[in-house]
Design a binder for this molecule. Sequence first.
Ligand SMILES: Cc1ncc(COP(=O)(O)O)c(C=O)c1O
Length: 350
Amino acid sequence: MNPPAVPPPRHFASDNYAGICPEAWAALAEANQGHAPGYGDDVWTQQATDCIRDVFETHCEVFFVFNGTAANSLSLASLCQSYHSILCHELAHVEVDECGAPEFFSNGTKVLLVPGADGKIDPSGIERMVKKRTDIHYPKPRAVSLTQSTELGTVYSPDEIKAIWARAKSFGLKIHMDGARFANAVAALGVAPKEITWQAGVDILCFGGTKNGIPVGDAVVFFDRDLAREFDYRCKQGGQLASKMRFISAPWVGLLKDGAWLRNATHANRMAAYLESGLRPLAQVKILFPRQANAVFAELPRPAIDGLRAKGWRFYTFIGAGGCRLMCAWDTTESDVDRFVADLSGLLGA
Ligand SMILES: Cc1ncc(COP(=O)(O)O)c(C=O)c1O
């Protein structure tokens, strides 16, 4: 009898399968000294806020919440009244993966869907949606929500964001950005963070940390500071004000202060490129979307999917527009990729 196979140490299911990166872990340990004021009144939260202001080169308002769903929902709720609507891509996380939380926290703001290739909003779709109905009986469009990098692993260029901004501005719409993988987009584009946020019209960014190496927590970053008014109350009421806030904010300091966030994202993107280069030569594998950040979407024959799972690999097949989503993280190694490609090649008889 063959000995049981050793399960893969890391997976391609999600970048949130990865643990805490060393820089965030060290900051967390350092924060775990003695007593500190609660509810964000501590030095770590102040430092994390300063780090974010440095990264974006502007005096933004920053709030830390527990996860991306809370960040997106509360920030969208802060933009909208219950009779408003939010325009987003039809595959946006806020639409398909947040269990109706944006509608719930905004007391019923309607989410309207805009199509577009490769997970990106087509700017002309904004105009079409806004003009579709302008009467009192239809919810009034108030905000556009973009995901950067997108749910399909693609990235909006600065010009693409500016094109959306131009349309949004002409209709008086605010711009919200779901940046669960914002770091991967910055690393992919090689731009300054300001170039794809406030300089391109973004009013609010939900800056994701968990997929980039911290244990828990997203930062809600208001570039339009007036919009941040009373957001602290919204966080508290929504159960998102951590009493031991330093343990959410300290890892951000570790991640941001010496550039680990960009190193982590650059590495994850490079592993995805390496994975793509291993998959492309396999005749029965079809790469589905341009691989621009840390995800590869691929169509595989059903028996190969089952075979990979039998070998212990975990990955999702329900995300986006179909196919297998193979997501690389800050700690994915070349040998993880080699092993996955070798297992798949064996199953395909390649
Ligand atoms: C595009 C996107 N936005 C937001 C999130 C945040 O979700 P969570 O509430 O699980 O932190 C995720 C997580 O998978 C995501 O992929």
